[in-house]
Design a protein around this ligand. Sequence first.
Ligand SMILES: Cc1cc2nc3c(=O)[nH]c(=O)nc-3n(C[C@H](O)[C@H](O)[C@H](O)COP(=O)(O)OP(=O)(O)OC[C@H]3O[C@@H](n4cnc5c(N)ncnc54)[C@H](O)[C@@H]3O)c2cc1C
Length: 403
Amino acid sequence: MVAQAEAETDVVIIGGGVIGLSVAWRAAQQGLGVVVADPDPGHGATHAAAGMLTPVAEAAYAEREIFTLGSESLRRYPAFATEVAAASGLPTGFRPGGTLQVAYDADDLALLTETRLLQESLGVYLQQLTARECREAEPMLDPSVRGGLLADGDGSVDPRLLAAALLRAAEAAGAQLVRQSVTEVLCTGGRASAVRLADDHVLAARWVVLAAGWQSAAMPGVPASVVPPVRPVKGQIIRLRSTAAMAAAGLPPGLIRRTVRGLVRGSSVYLVPRDSGELVVGATQEERGPDTTVTAGGMWELLRDARALVPGITELELVDVAAGLRPGTPDNAPLIGPTELAGLVLATGHFRAGVLLAPVTADTVASFLRTGQPDPIWRAFGADRFAARGRAASTPEGALTCR
Ligand SMILES: Cc1cc2nc3c(=O)[nH]c(=O)nc-3n(C[C@H](O)[C@H](O)[C@H](O)COP(=O)(O)OP(=O)(O)OC[C@H]3O[C@@H](n4cnc5c(N)ncnc54)[C@H](O)[C@@H]3O)c2cc1C
């Protein structure tokens, strides 16, 4: 750890969430000098996230480009997780176990059928299960469950473990962490050239990577036309844990073998088991600005729907409740790559899928920082795709000036 870095470094990364830390690790591995500035790394949306790696189960809701990016990132996950664990000596909780999507009543089954048709339009063909086959796959499911779809290739990871492992791996590769907020991006000659820290120290860098999650939209010094249109989307989530008696009775850790995503009378819920015995139940999706209050209503809805699918959850220990703020964008897709402001690179706006998208974001951003060559995979995710809107709002018309 360093209190400050005086000389110019190659890269300063604003934000040490799963995205900033992944980029830091990959960039440091490529031999770049990297400093991450964050007063509380790993404690943004990353701390709340369930860690589902489910581009296939999500395919119906995602646009084709997001699905393709998610599938590519999932393909990289086993190697990514193995490498982070080896480099850090810490676990990541990666599990390749698959996802079972289930429907609770007849109306939910009709919705699940629509989901299947949408998935097939993206070229995703999932195994359709009858009610009995669902219970054979997951014996703790309620007998009311009407049917399901099995996505074998999906997986999950524990984002809290992953963030700790990424930080250790990044530091082992030579990256430095400064536990401070960035208060301003500074420019020299029309190029982002440094950041100012809360204690007024300045870190000079060839590249500034903005990876501050939903707070990326409020970074002083970034020109209006470049400010990423990211907003906070609240998610509440619960962590339960199997008891020793359940383990002794031979029940799987967290009661289920794989992630279960369900529709219960039209409302969505998911249950993600961990090898540790934890079962994560999530998540609400609320447009309430930067509010992280955990509400009784949010908890009630999640537990009500999770219990409808897996009644045994009422016997689990309640270990944690949390609310996090996803970095949402107008088109639900991330903003990755260089901006109109030379030297400033965005890696933000990953909304519901930042944990899933960490490997592909890190690989491509690190490669760009080394070579200056944008990755073709960014075509639909260009950091400048909303720039015209910001430019129209800025004064004087069209000017690109550091504020
Ligand atoms: C309830 C919930 C469930 C989720 N489940 C999943 C899931 O199952 N799978 C999945 O892929 N994704 C999931 N997500 C989404 C995922 O958490 C996000 O997409 C991801 O965490 C975004 O990572 P990030 O690094 O961009 O942002 P964050 O994790 O929010 O990190 C941003 C970091 O920037 C720092 N920061 C902010 N401002 C400054 C500043 N001025 N200076 C320095 N540092 C600053 C913060 O301290 C923070 O550490 C979920 C999110 C929530 C809330």
